[in-house]
Design a protein around this ligand. Sequence first.
Ligand code: NAD
Length: 263
Amino acid sequence: MTGQLAGRTIFITGSGGVLGSTYVRRMLDQGARVVATDLPGHRAEALQAAHAGNAAFRFYDLDVGDEAQVTEIFKRVLADGWEPNVVLNNAAITGEMLMGAGKPFPDFADTSVADFERTLRTNLTGAFMVARQMDRDIVGRWPATLINVASMYALNGAHHPIYDGMPFKNFSAYGVTKAGIHGLTVWLAGYWAPRGATVNTIAPGAVFNNHSEEFQRRVGELIMMGRMAKPDEIADAMLFLCSAGAGYMTGQLVNVDGGFSAW
Ligand SMILES: NC(=O)c1ccc[n+]([C@@H]2O[C@H](COP(=O)([O-])OP(=O)(O)OC[C@H]3O[C@@H](n4cnc5c(N)ncnc54)[C@H](O)[C@@H]3O)[C@@H](O)[C@H]2O)c1
């Protein structure tokens, strides 16, 4: 197989979402073998249906917040003959997903510890557990790279007024976890370098997913390029980070946000 990702076997969490499913399609197009994982459900089913019969695609159920599942996952993947050399910590729970679509979104003063900690469990502890398992089962056996997914709301605060009257808001725990995941990146980058593994963070900007015209206008005013991203525009940068061409990059945070973070 030829392509930008020939020779790459890419393991990805939360792969049935808007961005994950785009990454999977583009990675397969570029010659990668893809080990996709997600929670069981409609997203996972749609992804499996889209790539059924593709010998370069394999799917496993995985809840990244479940320590027993994460501890077993690479052992199962390796036993099945797949040797990941790229791992993506892509799974995340958003505030909207946590509350359930249509349910009123709590103000900061009403945010429960349980909701805050559930977000931490998936977005941060889950990413740590996947990285720890990568350390145990992969790092040092062959050159490998980990890509942690942050957000434009990792090191920049959310612009709260743009959510006024919208059915969704930005949830405090989300930004906390997205800042924290870059801490994991820089900590691991130095720790793994002697064993031939690199770690970087990608921070996507606001990705269009059927948002209202009013929301697009409000968020667009905060972005130098004046508009939300297409999923494929985030995938372009993700594919580079997964490729051999990114071999001398480690410990970096790559913003793909149309200039949002530069203003
Ligand atoms: N879409 C955006 O605008 C945007 C912007 C910045 C960052 N991001 C980040 O990009 C990544 C992908 O986002 P997306 O837009 O595709 O979101 P999405 O909500 O469409 O997909 C997230 C996926 O994570 C999975 N997931 C949730 N909890 C899980 C768990 N416990 N175990 C395993 N999987 C779990 C979901 O099932 C889903 O498939 C996330 O880390 C997100 O925070 C997205």
